[in-house]
Write a protein that binds this ligand. Structure first.
Ligand SMILES: Nc1ncnc2c1ncn2[C@@H]1O[C@H](COP(=O)(O)OP(=O)(O)OP(=O)(O)O)[C@@H](O)[C@H]1O
Length: 703
């Protein structure tokens, strides 16, 4: 039994549950010895989960019920993931070409529960996501708090040292006492140094983990946002997501120490009162004034930071857009237009940022003055007290040093903190907005996981309109039987792509239902749906990585041989064998590096490897030459079994020969739906001759 087989199985398991494990997650597992406390499978899995910080797995000794799948199991020497019962005696194993696993009462099954944060489940607020990640590491926070307590107590030592020097050592000339005191203070300072360094290191280390956890959450969440609910500005949304760095900075930076030090301000005031009596009145007055001022300043800059943040995000969005669309902008000589827009946004950001900067500059001066006034007032009141013999001059010196600790770092950092917090708060609002976007049905939610999604696809009373559009798609009834081959045609902008996205479950109609095999599509688990439906978008986009990554992404373990065999059929083999890097060919960021036709071939190769039951292809051959188109049609013909359903959108009338049924869309409505020959005849203005083999008569006709 190897670590590899276990990590591969866990990867499969996560995949089946629709969860993407973070890159490099298995590194710790591979480095650790999972067999430390025996090699019983339960112990190994429990140890793996605790190593990864996941909850303990549920262990199943009995025969699994269908709703308990997927399950992790050690069969012989290999870890496997069983997907479902195939029959009474055997279970289906996840992965390509895996033999069935016969049920054996000795088998022990494990159900893993992934942290909520990985399942993309929605959180009530962005702040709670940070808070949850921080509170998970309470132990370190407690250690850091203890270090703060000790460091602050030790800080008193220097002030008491000065007091002893003034009151005892200098007047009495007892230099032996001086050496003892100096040695004591030196030790105290050394401890202080160690404690503060440890505190910083501990917090920095945890901050990195918190950062990774929170970043993963927001990334997973943004990926789970339903496609039809995504805000139109992707660059703006990216900038809003980057706002989490601002929140992270304010939470993990020196400001955290400031908050930790805040209770000590009260402690120091008590010490000043003990040493200097009435002198304590000065920090008692100055500290609340400083806090109140900070609060007022925070309110004053709130609107500015909010607006500057919104404009800053739009500026980022525009930058991304202009770089992405550089070709079209250059070709249409739109450079000046874009520059003017950029300059306007830069000025807008400055316009909102300026008051924030002014307020924070003034605040810096006010707080600086407050610090000095506090010092002078303390010395003045102290001088009276010393004059009246109520305190020694050593005690006054100690009070001024301790007062410096209250007024110094605490008050000096407040203006900066207020600005940082102002921006962080605006970022939190933007993140809250993202968290409120509707999500795909995640595997964590109660959803149906049918074994077989065969059966007809039936859309009823579908209504969908893009935000701000006057009209949209409206389909009363559309039934597509299993095994049907259907083409959707229609003019530019008639709603073909939108209908296909809705049928693929990527867009949710605002009204109506779509049933797949009798089940409401919205109730089917996302991963089950994605495995059943293969969707090829009009413009198949690649991502940065190798050509292989782009072909096998989301498919689990696919061998190069399998990829090459399918590439041979689709014609992608020409690209793979014609390039020195073959499958390792690097795809640049944004998916650049391949032609439009080649990208389509990558998408089709991927789809053939995925081998779905329902194929939805949006203009699959629009970018292809005749030879490539013929190859694709042949490959599809071979790949589709008689029960598989094929629906494609096309503008090429010659492709209609491939299908028995054609749906004509116009302005979001089904104008014609019937056997190919009849629809073509209607389109050509000929009377439709009834065909005996027609799958259905023309269902909707509108001239
Ligand atoms: N993301 C979007 N936001 C707003 N409106 C959109 C969006 N995508 C498409 N539309 C609008 O919806 C309508 C239908 O678009 P759709 O892409 O479904 O048409 P289509 O029939 O596939 O067109 P084509 O043949 O050009 O691909 C069009 O009027 C289009 O302007």
């Amino acid at each position: 039994m190897t670590h590899n087989s276990l990590t591969d199985a866990v990867e499969y398991y996560a995949h089946l549950r629709g969860i993407s494990l973070p890159p490099g997650w298995s590194k710790d597992v591979e480095d650790a010895d999972l067999h430390i406390d025996g090699s019983a499978p339960e112990k190994i899995v429990r140890r793996l989960c605790s190593l990864l910080g996941w909850d303990a797995p549920a262990v199943l000794h009995d025969r699994p019920r269908p709703d308990q799948f997927p399950l992790l199991v050690l069969a012989g020497d290999e870890w496997k993931v069983v997907e479902q019962w195939e029959n009474e005696e055997a279970m289906r194993v996840a992965g390509l070409d895996q033999p069935l696993l016969p049920y054996d009462p000795a088998l022990i099954f494990h159900a893993l529960s992934f942290p909520e944060i990985m399942s993309g489940a929605s959180a009530p607020t962005a702040l709670s996501v940070f808070w949850r990640a921080i509170m998970k590491r309470k132990h370190v926070l407690i250690m850091a708090a203890l270090a703060t307590v000790f460091a602050n107590i030790i800080a008193l030592a220097t002030s008491l040292y000065s007091m002893q020097l003034y009151d005892r050592v200098i007047p009495l000339g007892s230099f032996s006492t001086l050496w003892v005191l100096t040695a004591g203070v030196a030790v105290a300072l050394a401890i202080d140094f160690v404690l503060r360094s440890l505190r910083s290191l501990m917090i920095e280390r945890e901050a990195a983990d918190i950062d990774a956890e929170v970043a993963e959450f927001f990334f997973a969440h943004s990926q789970s946002v339903r496609l039809d609910a995504r805000p139109p500005g992707i660059g703006t949304m990216a900038a809003q997501l980057r706002g989490m760095e601002q929140v992270r900075n304010v939470m993990s930076s020196a400001s955290l120490f400031l908050i930790a030090d805040l209770p000590f301000a009260l402690f120091f005031i008590v010490v000043i009162a003990l040493l200097g009596g009435v002198v304590a009145i000065v920090p008692i007055i100055s500290l609340p004034i400083a806090l109140l001022l900070a609060f007022i300043l925070g309110r004053m800059i709130q609107q500015g930071t909010n607006r500057a943040q919104v404009s800053g995000n739009r500026k980022n969005g525009m930058l991304v857009e202009s770089l992405d669309a550089a070709e079209s902008i250059k070709a249409s000589r739109g450079g000046w237009f874009m520059l003017a827009r950029w300059n306007r946004l830069v000025r807008e950001v400055h316009h909102y940022e300026d008051p924030v900067k002014r307020v924070s500059a003034v605040a810096g001066t006010i707080f600086g003055t407050l610090q000095q006034v506090g010092y002078v007032a303390m010395m003045a009141v102290g001088a009276f007290e010393v004059g009246e013999g109520k305190m020694t001059s050593g005690a006054l010196l100690a009070c001024s040093i301790i007062g410096g600790r209250i007024n110094g770092p605490l008050i000096a950092m407040l203006p900066n903190l207020m600005v940082q917090w102002g921006y962080a708060r605006s970022s939190l609002r933007a993140l809250d907005g993202i968290l409120q976007l509707p999500l795909e049905r995640t595997s964590g939610q109660a959803s149906l996981r049918p074994e077989n999604l065969g059966g007809a696809m039936e859309a009823r009373n579908i209504g969908f309109a893009y935000a701000g559009a006057r009209s949209g798609l409206a389909v009363d009834r559309l039934v597509i039987a299993p095994g049907e081959r259907v083409a959707i045609i229609g003019g530019v902008g008639s709603g073909k792509t939108t209908l296909l996205r809705i049928l693929a479950g990527l867009f949710h109609p605002q009204s109506g239902t779509i049933r797949l095999g009798g089940l409401d599509m919205t109730q089917i688990a996302e991963d089950v749906l994605r495995r059943h439906i293969g969707y090829l978008p009009q413009d198949f986009q690649l991502v940065h990585g190798s050509l292989r990554d782009n072909i096998v992404m989301g498919l689990g373990n696919v061998s190069d041989d399998a990829v090459m065999a399918v590439a041979q059929k689709t014609g992608l083999i020409g690209l793979i064998s014609g390039h020195p890097s073959g499958l390792d060919l690097t795809i640049q960021e944004g998916g650049r590096g391949l032609s439009g036709g080649q990208r389509t071939l990558v998408g089709l190769t991927r789809l053939l490897l995925a081998s779905p039951r329902l194929w939805l292809l949006d203009e699959p051959t629009a970018n292809l030459d005749q030879n490539a188109e013929n190859a694709i049609l042949r490959a599809l013909d071979e790949a589709l079994s008689p029960e598989d359903t094929l629906i494609f959108v096309t503008h090429k009338l010659q492709l209609l020969g491939q299908v028995k049924r054609v749906i004509l869309l116009g302005e979001g409505r089904v104008l014609l739906d019937g056997p190919t020959a009849e629809v073509i005849a209607r389109l050509q203005g000929r009377p439709a001759s009834s065909s005996r083999n027609a799958p259905s008569p023309i269902a909707a006709v509108k001239p």
